[in-house]
Design a protein around this ligand. Structure first.
Ligand code: FMN
Length: 372
């Protein structure tokens, strides 16, 4: 791709997919999830084509968070990593992009979707979607400063889609290289009906590729919705926490190969690896167990149809208790060979314990973890 921008000629193209010719997948940025330990675990089960970091906060005194930086500097599989930023101050954004030039990032991604009230009330994340003039200035600045790819992740609007085309026009005006579109409004949080028609609209409207995002729950859904919308590829978040094989499955589906079907033993080993990768001797065991529960809230959707696994695992306090519950539901009495389901519809979502929710300032604060 070679494009003339206002004053320069850019020759940066999007990275190839793992299998050239297939449409690409991306692991969605997820705070406290898509960091180095999780990337290691997922890469062993079939890497996504692209990674996006959880967001770097950008403000007057911000510095690059070393924990997030590790997902760039210690990239486990060499797949391209886009560094996501959240912020609105032009000077600080410029400074941050310049600092990131020292690191091997595939591109700079702007977060315009975070729905946490504490975030959007500061006019950053999803809050920006109410202010096209600010978006114009920020996209212009980031485009100018970014020497690699410049990508945007946004929702279809704040309370409704009234400004959708205006926002798309700005994405187009500033030669954004890739748009990841979460097909909900900011106020729609994580549970409103995803509107895939908006992805099709964006695809038809924009000169740049569009990654479809929002409730892509299985390889089959991914395939159907990408084909239907004409999107460039799919960005997957929560389904990848539950099923880290999804990127491999999508590749197999595109190649018309048999699609790998994990069983409960595979899921158990996944949980064990997560615990090991995240384990930190400096962190009290109870906290490490609490972190694991956040992952298990997703994994548990496919373990048993009555939701008993979720109920019992939430009551464990120690590593031994947690793994004894995992073993009982995922290994014992020959259960290991049973299929790890995509998601039992009978296991529904509702908030149960505030302790299971991420911090209030996080993008995921509105996300309701599944419960029984
Ligand atoms: C735990 C969690 C943390 C998230 N953190 C971020 C983030 O840092 N940046 C961002 O742009 N989106 C964030 N999101 C939103 C996801 O990237 C994605 O847009 C959303 O979950 C919809 O995709 P999905 O249905 O495939 O999960 C987060 C979502 C979750 C569940």
């Amino acid at each position: 791709m070679q494009e003339a921008t206002n004053s320069t000629v850019r020759t940066v193209s999007l990275p190839d997919a793992v299998v050239p010719g297939q449409w690409p997948t991306a692991l969605a940025p997820m705070q406290d999830v898509t960091n180095l330990p999780y990337m290691r675990v997922v890469s062993r089960r079939g890497s996504p084509d692209y990674y996006f970091t959880e967001y770097f906060r950008v403000h007057g005194t911000s510095r690059l968070d070393p924990r997030i930086l590790r997902s760039i500097t210690e990239n486990p599989d060499g797949r391209p990593v886009f560094a996501q930023l959240i912020g609105e101050n032009l000077v600080d954004l410029r400074r941050t992009v310049r600092t990131l030039r020292e690191y091997p990032v595939a591109g700079i991604d702007l977060n315009m979707g975070c729905p946490a009230p504490r975030v959007y009330k500061k006019n950053v994340g999803g809050g920006l979607l109410r202010d096209p003039q600010a978006v114009d200035r920020i996209l212009g600045t980031l485009r100018e400063e970014t020497t690699t790819l410049f990508t945007v992740k946004m929702r279809i609007g704040f309370a409704d889609d009234r400004l959708f085309e205006t926002l798309l026009s700005l994405v187009s005006k500033h030669n954004v290289d890739l748009l990841s579109l979460h097909v909900r409004t900011v106020q729609g949080g994580y549970r409103s009906e995803p509107s895939y028609a908006h992805a099709k609209h964006a695809v038809d409207f924009l000169p740049c590729p569009v990654l479809l995002n929002g409730n892509i729950s299985t390889s089959k859904v991914a395939h159907e919705e990408v084909i239907r919308s004409g999107a460039y590829g799919a960005m997957i978040g929560r389904a990848a926490i539950r099923n880290p094989w999804i990127f491999k499955q999508i590749r197999q589906m595109q190649a018309n190969e048999n699609v790998f079907q994990p069983n409960l033993e595979d899921a158990y080993i996944y949980v064990e690896e997560l615990y090991e990768e995240f384990s930190d001797p400096k962190v009290p065991e109870e906290k490490q167990v609490a972190r694991m529960k956040k992952f298990l809230n997703f994994v548990g959707l496919g373990v048993d149809p009555r939701g008993e696994f979720l109920h019992k695992m939430r009551r464990s306090r120690t590593k031994d208790e947690l793994f004894s519950v995992c073993s009982r539901f995922m290994r014992e009495e020959g259960r290991g060979a049973t299929a790890f389901h995509e998601h039992f519809p009978s296991v529904v979502s509702r908030v149960q314990s505030p302790a299971l929710l991420p911090t209030i300032s996080s993008c995921s604060s509105e996300f309701e973890f599944p419960s029984t």
